[in-house]
Design a protein around this ligand. Structure first.
Ligand code: AMP
Ligand code: GLY
Length: 439
């Protein structure tokens, strides 16, 4: 029998819930970084979920889910596990798993899974596919040309203004983009991408250089249905002042002062919704998260890139604000049912990534991490493991400390106070996360 659910902060207006069916569902989260930790954290707040598994997970996730040692790209292993354990819903974090076709395989086997099909994942995995789609459907983005021949690409770049934007066409973990200030560095990058096959088989997209603040707009998308999330800003460069090499992201925050409600409405209508409809028209509808990496240029908001998944570290600052039930939302998207518009907290969040010294280049692992007990903010683990009882570093990005509140300055002060309590000889962080919110 249905009863009215009136828990504070959840679905104002109430919702019919059959309490006989709560706390009965088993979920498998695929991945093992900070993003997956935030997904597990959101699912752990669901009234529907009795058990969360995470493959492979990490030492922090292990406190909230049972970690299973299956690689995120081992589709057959994951499918066998999901069948054996009678998993009700699988939620996929990493792009690599999606590109392996995990969603096609699970759905083919009759299992519910949140994430895009392999065909739809091309919006991230192929820069050229994304560019052609945007051109065809009039989604605003930088002008471009693509090349497979090194000499042709070099000739084209040498006749154009610098800096030149060169993008390797394929998954490169956020590191396949080179902004070359002059011909010599453009030449080196083109050699790397087209002659040395550094990332795999080479194809390069050369883009117009755009300028303006960047932000991340993630939406839950199920075909034509689009459910926007709060905006976030990542910090892609390794060092303070946005200097140094591009990384996967060194910190993020929500509550962007430089994006107006009109900007957000424009981006939702003319970029995210338009792209979702375009994917339906192309016969590869989306069924997970569409991430727009956008830039507010003097000439309007434009797409820098699309991702076919939750962003990392954006997810760690966005999902804590979700007040609706994450299982309700993820399973509706996974099964193609209409969901209620998600409800989001009005708080702002801000998070700082602690990374291994040397990242995004080579770095050492296995350093002990201490002091987490004294931290009051949320700590999402990105790359940690347990070794003989102690917590040690096991990745490039290691931890993300995330605070929340009504005032970004206060949140930021608290987060950095917490960061100072964490001791590990091999970690570094940026000291200026959210600087654009505090100018
Ligand atoms: P992406 O992996 O495509 O997000 O690119 C990584 C970073 O390179 C972006 O966050 C931007 O800072 C920069 N970038 C990419 N494309 C452009 C462009 N067309 N103009 C200027 N900067 C760009
Ligand atoms: N934070 C950028 C990304 O997830 O690709």
């Amino acid at each position: 029998m249905g009863v009215l659910y009136v828990a504070p902060g959840y679905q104002p207006g109430g919702k019919e819930i059959d309490f006989g069916k709560t706390k009965e569902h088993k979920v498998l989260v695929v991945g093992g970084g900070g993003r997956e930790h935030a997904i597990v954290d959101a699912l752990s707040r669901s009234i529907w979920v009795s058990k969360i598994y995470c493959a492979p997970g990490n030492a922090g996730i292990a406190a909230q889910a049972e970690c299973v040692p299956i690689k995120d790209t081992d589709v057959e292993g994951l499918l066998a596990f999901a069948r054996e354990q009678h998993i009700d819903l699988t939620v996929v974090g990493p792009e690599a798993s999606l590109s392996e076709g995990i969603v096609d395989r699970f759905r083919g086997a009759g299992l519910a899974i949140f994430g895009h099909t392999k065909a739809a994942t091309r919006i991230e995995s192929s820069k050229e596919f994304a560019k052609q789609l945007m051109e065809k459907y009039g989604v605003p983005t930088a002008g471009y040309r693509s090349f497979t021949d090194y000499q042709e690409a070099l000739d084209y770049v040498s006749g154009r203004p610098f800096p030149a934007v060169l993008k390797y066409d394929g998954l490169a973990a956020g590191k396949g983009v080179v902004i070359a200030p002059d011909l010599a560095s453009a030449d080196a990058a083109l050699r790397d991408m087209l002659l040395d096959n550094h990332f795999g088989k080479g194809k390069v997209v050369v883009e117009d250089y755009l300028e303006g603040p960047e932000f991340s707009f993630m939406c839950f998308v199920d075909g034509d249905r689009v459910y926007p999330m709060p905006l976030a800003q990542d910090h892609k460069r390794a060092f303070d002042g946005d200097k140094g090499p591009n990384t996967g992201g060194m910190g993020a925050y929500t509550g962007l002062p430089f994006i107006t409600p009109e900007d957000k409405a424009f981006a939702l209508e003319h970029i995210l919704r338009k792209t979702a409809s375009a994917m339906v028209a192309e016969g590869c509808p989306l069924s997970g998260v569409l991430y727009g990496g956008l830039m507010k240029t003097a000439d309007g908001i434009k797409v820098i890139e699309f991702n076919a998944r939750f962003g990392d570290p954006e997810t760690e600052v966005v999902l804590p604000l979700l007040e609706s039930d994450a299982f309700d939302l993820f399973s509706a998207v996974a099964e193609g049912r209409e969901a209620e518009q998600p409800v989001w907290s009005g708080d702002v969040t801000m998070g700082v990534v602690l990374a291994s010294k040397g990242y995004p280049g080579s770095y050492e692992k296995g350093y002990a991490i201490e002091g987490l007990d004294g931290v009051t903010a949320k700590v999402y683990h990105m790359g940690t493991k347990r070794q003989e009882g102690s917590l040690v570093t096991s990745g490039g990005r290691v931890l993300m400390v995330v605070g929340r509140g009504s005032d970004i300055q206060a949140v930021r002060d608290n987060v950095y106070a917490d960061v100072a309590k964490i001791s590990c000889p091999n970690l570094f962080c940026r000291e200026d996360i959210a600087w654009q919110a505090l100018r």
